[in-house]
Design a protein around this ligand. Structure first.
Ligand code: SAM
Length: 245
């Protein structure tokens, strides 16, 4: 079972997101154990101090190394991945989520203020960023990681087939989805989806997934593992696009 320990000075932030839907059920089913630890419990002074002024001057406060080292040393096992959430980390993506969903133990460290003392680098195994922007703390990034990781644990999502065709699973975006009604404010569901011809539907979906990726995220196509059929479909799409203009 995957065990996730989260170190934060705002444990109360996690109550909502971890207690609904798939994340809640995954914990109830024993697929994942999530523990939230208050970093202040690892401070030793009577004020439970976790931050201090930066050496060299400058604005804001920096998280002290001692409470973080103490907490990690208390929780760490031989198989632990110790992750610092940080804007300077590796950019989080589906591949990293898959990798982490197969691990036994994750420790997530949430920074606050101007960040954490640089020496924390010596106790972590990895730094992860959720995007090229700066948030006020590592709590929301930790929630993003946990959400993306837990839904990949076998048994967490009711129908495992729903994961198979999702965006990024094959290196491209997902095909367009439709539900009832068949016609809404003059907009019709594509006829092919009502045809019952599963071979044609599969081909249409693959083609539309490729079209969406080509138009919105062409960078993904360069790295995607494409089949011979995909190249044929891409040629068809490019021809259609040329004819549109
Ligand atoms: N001064 C830091 C810098 O410029 O890189 C930013 C510190 S930020 C205000 C406080 C904390 O929020 C960070 O220590 C980190 O834990 C978290 N954080 C902010 N943006 C993040 C991002 N894009 N990905 C992951 N963590 C982030």
């Amino acid at each position: 079972m995957l065990k996730i320990d989260i170190l934060t000075i705002f444990p109360e932030m996690f109550k909502g997101p971890f207690n609904i839907s798939i994340l809640k059920r995954a914990q109830e089913k024993g697929l994942v154990e999530i523990n939230i630890h208050n970093l202040r419990d690892y401070a030793t002074d009577k004020h439970r101090t976790v931050d201090d002024y930066p050496y060299g001057g400058g604005s804001g406060m920096v998280m002290k190394p001692e409470p973080i080292f103490r907490a990690v040393r208390n929780l760490k096992r031989d198989d632990s991945e110790v992750i610092l959430l940080s804007p300077s980390g590796d950019l989080f993506n589906q591949k990293i989520a898959e990798e982490l969903s197969k691990r036994e133990h994750l420790i997530l460290i949430c920074g606050r203020y101007e960040g954490v003392d640089e020496r924390v680098k010596f106790i972590i195994t990895r730094e992860i960023s959720i995007g090229d922007y700066v948030l006020t703390g590592g709590e929301i990034p930790a929630m993003v990681l946990v959400d993306a990781i837990v839904r990949l644990i076998p048994g967490a999502v009711g129908d495992p087939n729903s994961l198979r065709e999702e965006s990024f699973q094959w290196g491209i975006l997902e095909y367009p989805q439709y539900t009832h009604p068949r016609e809404f404010e003059g907009m019709r569901v594509p006829d092919i989806l009502l045809s019952g011809d599963h071979k044609k539907i599969r081909r249409w979906r693959r083609k539309e997934a490729l079209r969406k990726t080509l138009l919105k995220r062409p960078d993904l196509l360069e790295k995607a593992d494409l089949s011979q059929e995909d190249y044929v479909l891409l040629e068809e799409i490019k021809k259609e696009l040329r004819e549109e203009v």
